[in-house]
Design a protein around this ligand. Structure first.
Ligand SMILES: NC(=O)c1ccc[n+]([C@@H]2O[C@H](COP(=O)([O-])OP(=O)(O)OC[C@H]3O[C@@H](n4cnc5c(N)ncnc54)[C@H](OP(=O)(O)O)[C@@H]3O)[C@@H](O)[C@H]2O)c1
Length: 351
C-alpha cells in the first residue's frame, strides 16, 4: 500500500482529511527530554478495507494521554501506528457483531480510520443528554482513574480532607468533582496557572488551589492546609509528594496515580527527604493501574451519569478541533495548556 509521510509540524489543526485516504500518526524518533512535532509524522495511505469478520471504523474522538509520553521512550514502535483510547463510528462492516452506524470505543488511536474485529471494540452506551466525549473524560479511563483512586485505593470517607496535584487536568478535575459528590471535607489542589486555579475553585468544587510555581510546594501546601490533610491523590510525584508527606495526618493515605514531573525530565529523579515520616505517621502509600479496574466501569456510570444528567456536575474538557491538531494537542497537554481532559475531535463531529 503506498503512503505519503509528512512531518507533524507541517500540519495545522485545520487540516482537511480527504475521504478516500486515511491519516495515521507515527512516532519517528525517540525524544530526549520534551518531545516536539518533529518526533511525529502524519502518514497518508489508501483507506483500509474491512475483510470478513471485521469492520471499518471512522474515528470521531481521540484521547491523548501522559502515558503516551512514557511510551515514546520505548514502548511505541517507531514508524508504526500508535495506540490510544478512541471513539469512532462503524462505517462499513463485514461482521454482524459490529453494526454500521454503531459507536464504539477502541484502542487504535492516532489515526482517522481503522479496521477492527469485534473483540477489539466495545459498543459505547449512550446516556440521554451526555455528550459522547464524556466517554473519554469523566466516564472514560480518566474518570475511572479518579473513581478507583478515591473508592478502592484511598477508601475516601465523609469529611476527609483531600489534596490533589495536577488538579486542573483530566484526572484532577474528575477527582475534584467525584470527591465533592462523595462528601469529602476540604479539597485542596495545585496547578501551574492562576487561571486554572480560579476555574477549580469557581466551577469544580475545590476549596483552595495554589499555583505551584509561586513558591516551594511544601510551604504552599502547608499554608493551604494548615490543619493537615487525610488523603493525597498524587498525579505528579517529586516535590509535591514530599510536601504531601509532610502535611498528611497520622494514618493518612497517598494514592500514587502518576509521576508527570519525570516524564520529560532528563535529570536525576527528585529524592524525597522525609521518607521517615511515612513510618512516624503510619502513612499508607499505594499505586494502581486503571486498566486493572475495568470491572468498576459500570459502577462509575451508575454513580456519575445521574449527576451529569441533572447538571450537578459538568464536563471539564479542552477540545482540539480536527485530527490535524492531535500532535499539538498532545504536546500542549504536556505543557499544561489543557483545562480538564484534553480531547481531539474530528472536524464536524456533533455527537
Ligand atoms: N494510574 C493510572 O492508571 C493512570 C491513568 C490515567 C492517568 N494517570 C496519570 O495521572 C496523571 C494525570 O493524567 P491526565 O491524563 O489527567 O493528564 P492531565 O492532568 O490532564 O494533563 C497533564 C497535566 O500535568 C501537569 N503537569 C505537567 N508537567 C508538570 C510538572 N512538571 N509538575 C506538575 N504538573 C505538571 C499540567 O498541568 P499544570 O498546568 O497544572 O502543570 C498538565 O495539564 C498523569 O501522571 C498520568 O500519567 C495514571
Amino acid at each position: 500500500m503506498s503512503s505519503t509521510v509528512s512531518p507533524a509540524s507541517a500540519f495545522l489543526p485545520t487540516v482537511t482529511v480527504m475521504t478516500e485516504t486515511a491519516l495515521t500518526v507515527h512516532q519517528t524518533a525517540r525524544p530526549h527530554g520534551f518531545p516536539t512535532p518533529d518526533h511525529f509524522a502524519f502518514v497518508e495511505s489508501a483507506m483500509p478495507q474491512p475483510g470478513p469478520g471485521t469492520a471499518l471504523v471512522k474515528n470521531l474522538y481521540w484521547s491523548v494521554d501522559p502515558y503516551h509520553r512514557e511510551m515514546m521512550d520505548g514502548n511505541f514502535a517507531l514508524n508504526a501506528p500508535l495506540e490510544g483510547r478512541t471513539i469512532g463510528r462503524v462505517v462499513d462492516s463485514r461482521d454482524p457483531a459490529l453494526r454500521e452506524g454503531e459507536i464504539v470505543f477502541h484502542r487504535q488511536g492516532w489515526r482517522t480510520h481503522t479496521v477492527l474485529a469485534p473483540e477489539e471494540a466495545r459498543v459505547v452506551p449512550r446516556f440521554d443528554g451526555v455528550p459522547l466525549s464524556a466517554h473519554l473524560s469523566i466516564l472514560g479511563g480518566t474518570g475511572l482513574t479518579a473513581y478507583v483512586g478515591l473508592t478502592r485505593i484511598a477508601e475516601l470517607r465523609t469529611g476527609q480532607d483531600v489534596f490533589v496535584s495536577a488538579a486542573a487536568g483530566g484526572v484532577g478535575t474528575a477527582t475534584g468533582r467525584l470527591a465533592r459528590l462523595m462528601g469529602a471535607g476540604r479539597l485542596i489542589g495545585s496547578t501551574g496557572r492562576a487561571a486554572k486555579a480560579a476555574y477549580l475553585t469557581e466551577h469544580v468544587g475545590y476549596d483552595e488551589v495554589f499555583d505551584y510555581h509561586s513558591g516551594p510546594t511544601g510551604r504552599l501546601l502547608a499554608e493551604a492546609a494548615p490543619d493537615g490533610i487525610d488523603l493525597y491523590m498524587d498525579n505528579v510525584g517529586g516535590e509535591h509528594l514530599e510536601a504531601a508527606i509532610s502535611s498528611l495526618r497520622e494514618y493518612g493515605r497517598i494514592v500514587r496515580i502518576g509521576t508527570i514531573t519525570q516524564y520529560n525530565s532528563t535529570g536525576t529523579p527528585y529524592a524525597l527527604r522525609n521518607l521517615p515520616d511515612i513510618v512516624e505517621k503510619s502513612l499508607r502509600m499505594e499505586g494502581f493501574l486503571v486498566r486493572n479496574y475495568s470491572h468498576v466501569q459500570d459502577e462509575l456510570y451508575e454513580f456519575t451519569v445521574p449527576h451529569l444528567q441533572s447538571g450537578r456536575i459538568t464536563l471539564d474538557e479542552t477540545v482540539v478541533d480536527g485530527f490535524g491538531g492531535i500532535v499539538d494537542g498532545f504536546l500542549g497537554m504536556l505543557r499544561g495548556e489543557n483545562q480538564g481532559k484534553i480531547i481531539v475531535r474530528a472536524t464536524g463531529t456533533d455527537l
